[in-house]
Design a binder for this molecule. Structure first.
Ligand code: AMP
Length: 195
């Protein structure tokens, strides 16, 4: 049985971690638009250069670009878990014109916890590992080295207090309306984690 799932919520809620678990458990393709964009920035592609400013400021990448990238990823797939797409009602509409969705998971987190989590977050640079650490709550045994695979850890350029606050604002104005949308479609599942 294959599913078409969406995961959304404020930055710092743990979407990436949960999406990776669900993807493994159900054999679904994990598609993170944030990861795709970061790869373009790292490889300095034309798209990477175009989105750099938005990403570094914590602003959403324009719908037109994002929709093109996301729809191209899901075409021909029978099952997927979308991590961080859609993030605007425009993106929801584009997705609905191209694919059905079985359920939309909302993961909640308070703004204080989101800021604390993201500002201390470091991630393993090995893309097949992707283990996440926290410099206060979950330190690696050796500084900046992944416990699991010995690769170096990195801090995302948008994981600083000023940018996280912009990302939260973007979430509140542009993504939060998805809650109502999926509730009215009877597709919403809410996961409220302990803070
Ligand atoms: P994430 O890795 O999901 O935290 O996303 C990191 C950044 O990528 C966001 O702050 C946006 O700049 C950009 N981004 C990722 N997904 C989207 C999306 N669906 N729409 C617009 N921008 C996005």
């Amino acid at each position: 049985m294959s599913y078409k799932l969406i995961l959304f919520g404020p930055p710092g809620a743990g979407k990436g971690t949960q999406a990776a678990l669900i993807s493994k458990e159900y054999g679904l393709r994990h598609i993170s638009t944030g990861d795709i964009f970061r790869k373009h920035m790292k490889d300095q592609t034309d798209l990477g250069k175009e989105i750099l400013d938005y990403m570094n400021k914590g602003l959403l990448v324009p719908d037109e670009l994002t929709i093109k990238i996301a729809l191209n990823e899901i075409k021909d797939l029978n099952g997927f878990i979308l991590d961080g797409f859609p993030r605007t009602i425009e993106q929801v509409k584009a997705l609905e014109q191209n694919s059905s969705v079985d359920a939309a998971f909302y993961i909640g987190v308070s703004e204080d916890t989101a800021i604390k989590r993201l500002c201390g977050r470091k991630t393993c640079s090995n893309k097949t590992c992707n283990e996440v650490y926290h410099m206060v709550d979950r330190k690696p045994k050796l500084e900046n080295i992944c416990d699991k695979c010995n690769s170096s850890l990195y801090q995302r350029s948008d994981d600083n207090e000023e940018t996280v606050k912009t990302r939260l604002k973007e979430y509140n104005t542009k993504t939060a309306p998805l809650l109502n949308h999926y509730m009215h479609k009877n597709k919403l599942l809410m996961i409220m984690k302990k803070q």
